[in-house]
Write a new protein. Structure first.
Lengths: 117, 116
């Protein structure tokens, strides 16, 4: 069965600290996609990144970086020099198997990040 | 860029009342979805429509019905609301289509529904 685990329910940091959000997934598929979404206090869900299972290169986008390790089934998200505006709930998600001609996702339960000034 | 638009944003219902959440997307996407978000449970799929003319149950379909009105619109109906349906509802869409999987899903801004 497919599953996404975000073991960290809440994380609190002080501004400018680095913080890593963990995501561990389970799947029997050899090809899959992983995603991160951000949900700020305003409530909308914002897409951050999509990663194919064949692409194990780490990704960096400004202060955001993602570490994908197939050996440990993890897709961790690091925010460098955190800012108050990073305060949000972050969701990791995994694509369901390619059998339904659609793009369904399995979500983790989310990690709430609070960045204090 | 409107993306995915859902209405209403907030609604309070009495137990037993019915209501319909409306959703429209302007990205010419084939697939549309309704998720609910509850504290500590992440997002769970209620129903989805892989393409115009088709709808299928997701993980938590009981108490809901959907209609894919056309390629742009996908509505969610609560026939007889219950307190357990108090939640935040998200409509979403993706490219989808025959042979599609793993594309990015784009979400609406959410609808906060309280059933008293």
């Amino acid at each position: 069965a497919q599953k996404v685990t975000q073991a960290q329910t809440e994380i609190s940091v002080v501004e400018k600290e680095d913080v890593t959000l963990d995501c561990v997934y389970e799947t029997r598929d050899t090809t899959y996609y992983l995603f991160w979404y951000k949900q700020p206090p305003s409530g909308e869900l914002v897409f951050l990144i999509r990663r194919n299972s064949f692409d194990e290169q780490n990704e960096i986008s400004g202060r955001y970086s993602w570490n994908f390790q197939k050996s440990t089934s993890s897709f961790n998200f690091t925010i460098t020099a955190s800012q108050v505006v990073d305060s949000a709930v972050y969701f990791c998600a995994l694509s369901e198997p390619p059998s339904y001609n659609t793009d369904k996702l399995i979500f983790g339960t989310g990690t709430r990040l609070q960045v204090f000034p | 860029n409107a993306g995915v638009t859902q209405t209403p944003k907030f609604q309070v219902l009495k137990t037993g009342q019915s209501m319909t959440l409306q959703c429209a997307q302007d990205m010419n996407h084939n697939s549309m979805y309704w998720y609910r978000q509850d504290p500590g449970m992440g997002l769970r799929l209620i129903y989805y429509s892989a393409s115009e003319g088709t709808t299928d149950k997701g993980e938590v379909p009981n108490g809901y019905n959907v209609s894919r009105l056309n390629k742009r619109e996908f509505s969610l109906r609560l026939e007889s609301a219950a307190p357990s349906q108090t939640s935040v509802y998200f409509c979403a869409s993706s490219e989808g289509g025959l042979g599609s999987w793993g594309n990015t899903i784009y979400f609406g801004e959410g609808s906060w529904l309280t059933v008293v």
